[in-house]
Structures are given as C-alpha cells and as structure tokens.
Design a protein around this ligand. Structure first.
Ligand code: ZN
Length: 483
C-alpha cells in the first residue's frame, strides 16, 4: 500500500522541510517505521528509545485519532492519509509574520546568538522578529520593560505613543528613563534608551495622546498593539482600535500590588469589552498616582506582556488568549481564569453596536474639562496662595486634610486637621456646621468628593483647595515635598 503522510510545521525541520511524503506499508506501524528510517532525526522526536510514540504526538488516520490503537495491527488502505499532530507545538500561532526578504547582518547574528540556537526561534524566528512591528501605548511603568525587552529581543520596529514628560516620581518604576531625563518628553528619553541598547531597531515616536482622532491612523501599520495605559478611556480606545483593525491587543494593568494580563484578539477569542463591558464609575478605582503602585510590579506585568508579544510574533507556544492572568505580588500567586467571547459584546459580538471609534471620555463618564470646571466653580474653590493668606491673617476657618495617615506622614500643611475621606462620615461631630471649612487632598480630586459630601449633609461654607498639597508645594512652600 502507498499512503500519504502529513508532517506538521513544528516537525518539518527534522524531515528536510518535507510537508507531505508518500510511503509504503500495510499497517500504521510499518508506515511510521519507514518514515523514521527516512528521517533519523525525526525518529528521535517521534519515538522514545524503546520505540513507543512520544506523549506529545498524536497520529490521525483519515482524521481519526488512533493513539489508543496498536499501530502494528492498524491496517491502512491504498491512498489513506496519515497526519502527525504534536500536542503542544505548532498550530497555535495567531499571526503569521512573513520574514521573506529579511536578512540578518553578522552583527545581528552575534547579538542574537542565544536566540538563534533555540530551535523555537532560530534564524527563521529571528528574521520574523526583525520583520515585525509593535505599537506601545504609553512609555511608563509597563511601557519601560516592554520597550527595552522587545528592543533587546530584536523586534524590527517599535512605535511609541506618549505625550507626557518624565517626572521624578516616575523613576521608581519607569526604568527606561533616568534621573537626567526628568523634564524631557518620555518618548525622546525612551527612544534614546532603546537605540543605546539595540541600534538596529526602527523607533517611531508619536508625541500625542492616543485619541479617537489619531488612533486608527497610528495603529494601522503595526502587527500587534501592546496596551501600557493607565486610564480607562485609553484602554477602551485601544481595545476598540484593535477589534476594528483586527489586531491582537496584549493587555496588562497594575494597581498597588496586583496586576492583570491577557491577550485580546477578537478574531480568535474574547476582547477587553467581553471581559469588562463597562468601565467603573469615575473615582471608584483610584489611579496609581492616587492609590500608589509597587515599583517592581509593572516590571513583572510588563514582562508577561513582552513575552506574549514575542510568542505571538514568532508563532510559538500558547498565547494568553481567552485566559486572564491575575498576579498578586504580595502573595506571589499567579492565578488564571478562563475568558469566553461574549456573543452580546457591543464590538466583537454577533450584533455589534460599536462600528467606529466613539468618545471615550464620555463613555467612561469623565466630564469634559469645561463641565468639570463649571462643577468645581459651583461648589466653590480656593487657591493655595489664598489659603496661605487666610492662614497668615488668622482667619477663623478649619483646614481639613482628607488624605490618608501615611500621606500625612510624608508632608502636611501646618495648622491642618487630618480627617481621611473614608472617615468623614463618622467624624462629622468634630466639624461645626456653621464654621468655614477648606478641604484639601493630594491633587484636589478626593477633596472635591469630601466637599460634596459635606455640602450634602448641610455644611454651608466648604471650599476645595485647587490642586491639593501638590499645588501648595508649587505655589506656596517649595520645602513641602511632592510625592
Ligand atoms: Zn468583545
């Protein structure tokens, strides 16, 4: 009998790159031993020393798995097709990057030698990395390790989107920037670090916010998008751009000591909206600036994202597709939850209602700057220098600091009373209803909430100090440290 044997991509390297081969034999056992004789290297990958089929390979005859049968008794018929399917490798790639026409210079071969000797990467994989492009949204905590490792690994083109400048308080985690970079645009500083590490990378910078207006144009030429954002409007925007452009979105987020990571790709699995159809109300989840973050955590989560990115570009391994990884750095646990595509997802479901980009500020319930200003004026605000003048004059008012004790320990305004936002309800007895009150926090957000709470229960004279103690440090007393 003559049968056709299909050799999977992952095993072809051991079979002179043969895709299919016709072999003789009366049983599956005979066919496979003829195959092994023809390709001795393949033999060691398929069979153990005592001739048993290795656990990670399945054998299909005419599309039926025959692993459980005795191969030497399984008779084949003329023209039958035998397919080898390795259980782990191959077939899991979600992108197919073409490395056609890409060459590596001798310098690159030396640089990437530890990759080149990995069979899963090799010359072919390294060329794929060189041929590929990754867009990083944000060059902060997550973007720093992402950009450095992707550049070091040899990704050919990196796009950086960020509008921010390097702040001293960023350096605790944003390791792509240095002390000398404080005050410089982040994309400039990041580009310099990347090129210092690997001059072969093409770095394209976009000094802008990632918005509905520019997102599609920026993202359309990249193979994958990696989400290193720190706010919900941009996160939903990144998701929607990826779904509409049919690109994988490598997701990561961090807060305090915990992180999340996943790969969203609506073509093959769920998207971010399948997991979180709606954002939390504004103010419910504090930002890292308000809530803090362990400096190492974005490194941990960013490297999971970088690993996923490289795997997708190489077409190797099992991506975090349909899986949400929960990282807890205090307990040092990595939990994994299964994610399913939501058929009623508004953008990737059966009847999508979102077919183009929307207003993400509005979607996330964040009022436009003008509205926010109007609301603030309505409730009453006072500037830091005005508060200073009233204190100096000895005016009769109480300055209430609504931050937490550990923030009060860092810095405080002389003469203020600490009542954390979370305790205001239970400590109203300490505040006379008819006294003048000025509230402040770190940047003005929490104190605006405190002001609204007090006004609601009948306090008539409550002013919010604009910009919080950070503004105090800028405008009144620079000896007060910023944090
Ligand atoms: Zn979805």
């Amino acid at each position: 009998m003559t049968v056709k044997v299909f050799i999977p991509t992952a095993l072809r390297q051991y079979a002179d790159n043969t895709n299919t081969i016709e072999l003789g034999g009366d049983t599956v056992g005979e066919v496979l031993s003829n195959l092994a004789e023809k390709f001795p290297t393949l033999k060691t990958h398929l069979f153990t020393d005592d001739g048993a089929l290795r656990n990670f390979v399945n054998v299909y005859v005419k599309d039926e798995n025959i692993r459980a049968l005795n191969f030497n008794e399984t008779v084949v018929a003329e023209g039958d097709e035998i397919t080898l399917v390795p259980a782990v490798a191959g077939g899991t790639g979600i992108l197919d990057i073409s490395a056609e026409g890409v060459e590596l210079s001798n310098d690159e071969i030396e640089r990437f030698s530890r990759h080149l000797i990995l069979p899963e990467v090799g010359m072919e994989g390294q060329k794929k990395l060189k041929a590929s492009s990754v867009l990083l949204i944000g060059t902060g905590g997550l973007g720093s390790p992402l950009a450095l490792y992707l550049a070091a690994a040899g990704v050919g083109r990196l796009g950086l989107v960020d509008f921010d400048v390097v702040d001293k308080s960023n350096l605790q985690r944003q390791i792509i920037h240095t002390t000398a970079d404080v005050g410089r645009p982040k994309i400039e500083s990041a580009k310099e670090s990347i090129l210092a590490l690997n001059p072969h990378v093409q770095v394209d910078t976009y000094e802008a916010g990632f918005t509905s207006e520019n997102a599609m144009e920026i993202a359309k030429d990249y193979d994958i998008i990696i989400d290193g954002t720190d706010n919900f409007p941009t996160r939903y925007l990144v998701n929607d751009v990826c779904v509409l452009l049919k690109k994988p979105n490598v997701y990561g987020s961090i807060f305090r000591f915990e992180g999340q990571a996943s790969v969203f790709y609506a073509e093959k699995g769920p998207c971010y909206r399948c997991l979180y159809p709606e954002p939390p109300p504004p103010g419910m989840v504090p930002s890292c600036a308000e809530g803090g973050v362990l400096g190492i955590l974005p490194g941990l989560v960013g490297l999971i994202q970088a690993t996923e990115g490289i795997k997708i570009l190489l077409g190797e391994g099992e991506p975090l597709l349909g899986r949400l990884m929960l990282i807890n750095s205090l307990a040092m646990t990595f939990r994994e939850l299964k994610l399913r595509k939501d058929p009623s997802c508004p953008i990737c479901g059966d009847n999508p209602t979102i077919t183009e980009l929307i207003d993400y500020q509005e979607f996330c319930g964040i009022p436009q700057a003008q509205e926010a200003e109007a609301a603030k004026m309505q409730n009453g605000t006072i500037t830091a220098p005005e508060v200073k003048a009233r204190l100096d004059k000895g005016d009769d008012f109480i300055l209430v600091d609504v931050r937490e004790q550990h923030e009060y320990d860092i810095c405080r305004i002389e003469g203020s009373v600490l009542i954390p936002l979370s305790e205001i309800d239970s400590r109203l007895g300490e505040l006379e209803k008819d006294t003048d009150i000025v509230v402040h926090c770190k940047m003005g957000g929490r104190s605006a909430n405190a002001q609204a709470m007090l006004q609601e229960v009948g306090y008539t004279s409550v002013l919010n100090m604009e910009g919080g103690i950070m503004a105090w440090s800028d405008l009144v007393d620079s000896s007060v440290p910023k944090y």
